[in-house]
Design a protein around this ligand. Structure first.
Ligand SMILES: [Zn+2]
Length: 143
């Protein structure tokens, strides 16, 4: 179900994200399709159209995430990375352009969002060469 997010809230979410997907860190200038405002908690699961429940996302991360907020992993529920309460660098580290987990939250997020799908890593390699994909230093400085 799609919900109505006002243009002003959308602009605020995008600016707060510094124009990058808050999950895979690709800059919106490198998106093939326009970025999406993700409901961290899906409307279907009681999430609201409030700024604290919204994140900016590329279409790959957002479509892969779907309605998921947590999954059962190694026999127990593990929630996904939440850009509103978590720091990216607490859960992930870049090895060149491959996103490696530092925590179980990082592991399940990489898995569910297919963050290291081969074609996505290949794309990020191009963005890195072009200078638009961040380094670990950039990611930490942006927090
Ligand atoms: Zn993304």
């Amino acid at each position: 179900m799609r919900s109505n997010i006002s243009a002003s809230i959308r602009r605020e979410v995008i600016a707060r994200a510094k124009f990058r997907c808050e999950y895979c860190l690709v800059h919106e200038d490198d998106f093939y399709l326009s970025g999406e405002v993700d409901h961290i908690r899906a409307i279907k699961h009681g999430g609201e159209n409030l700024i604290g429940n919204l994140a900016y996302s590329c279409i790959h991360c957002n479509r892969s995430k779907g309605y998921d907020e947590a999954i059962v992993y190694n026999g127990k529920p593990v929630r996904l990375f939440n850009p509103r309460i978590d720091f990216w660098t607490d859960h992930f580290v870049l090895s060149e352009v491959t996103i490696l987990p530092k925590t179980e939250i990082g592991e399940v997020t990489i898995l569910v969002l297919k963050m290291n799908a081969e074609e996505r890593v290949r794309e990020r390699q191009v963005f890195k060469v072009e200078g638009t994909y961040p380094t670990n230093f950039d990611a930490a400085s942006a927090e």
